[in-house]
Design a protein around this ligand. Structure first.
Ligand SMILES: O=C(O)c1ccccc1N[C@@H]1O[C@H](COP(=O)(O)O)[C@@H](O)[C@H]1O
Length: 211
């Protein structure tokens, strides 16, 4: 058994939210980003959020939102964490972190070891950095893994998590190789883009727990 925290992201139906909660996910993620096949409106997100017990934390994912829509989204959904998955700056995220009670996470695209050094610019500005692939058509949710050996070799100074291309089949290896304190999956738990598979959700949480 590992202590690795598990996040299941990109949920958009009551059934899949319930499946992730029942499987024991620590975090469930709701994507509010119109170009994504996992996009939920603020109204949908608020209704999904209302199903989640306090034992599971809710992450609202935003991409390059302006200040007013960010505040409106947080107010409507009342998440525990806001994950920013675009080109948000440390200065802007530090301001937000000081102004709201929610945790602030920043997804950061990893290309090489230098990426892990440059992520240090978010030190103090966010509560966690989520390393994801820097490639793909969308800012995230592309199912592309990063080079795990970079994370294994790195002396981590930031609270962090591993995202990008994780599936029920590779998550145990990913945890063993990187020592990730948190793992996050979305497209690897789907039968088609945006369509989560409850069996894959359960298998992912179980595989991460047993790594
Ligand atoms: O899921 C999306 O469509 C998405 C869109 C825009 C930004 C981020 C998005 N997803 C997040 O990306 C990572 C990795 O996803 P994957 O497991 O490789 O599919 C994860 O945090 C997703 O929630």
């Amino acid at each position: 058994m590992t202590n690795t925290l598990v996040k299941v992201c990109g949920l958009s139906t009551p059934e899949t939210v319930d499946a992730a909660v029942d499987a024991g996910a620590d975090y469930i993620g709701l994507v509010h980003f119109a170009p994504s096949p996992r996009h939920v409106t603020l109204d949908q997100a608020a209704r999904l959020r209302a199903r989640v017990p306090m034992t599971t934390k809710v992450v609202l994912l935003l991409v390059n939102e302006q200040p007013v829509p960010t505040a409106q989204a947080v107010d409507a959904v009342k998440p525990d964490v806001v994950q920013f998955h675009g080109g948000e700056t440390p200065e802007w995220l530090a301001l937000l972190k000081g102004a709201m009670p929610q945790e602030v996470w920043k997804a950061y695209g990893v290309r090489d070891a230098g990426s892990l050094e440059s992520a240090l610019k978010f030190r103090g500005a966010v509560d966690r950095v989520l390393y994801d692939s820097a490639k793909g058509a969308l800012p995230g949710g592309n199912g592309l893994a990063i080079d795990w050996s970079l994370l294994a070799a790195h002396r981590h100074e930031l609270a962090w998590g591993l995202a990008g291309g994780l599936t029920p089949d590779n998550v145990a290896d990913a945890i063993r190789q990187t020592g990730a304190p948190l793992v996050d999956a979305s497209s690897g738990l789907e039968s088609a883009p945006g369509v989560k598979d409850v069996d894959r959700i359960r298998a992912f949480v179980q595989a991460a727990r047993q790594a």
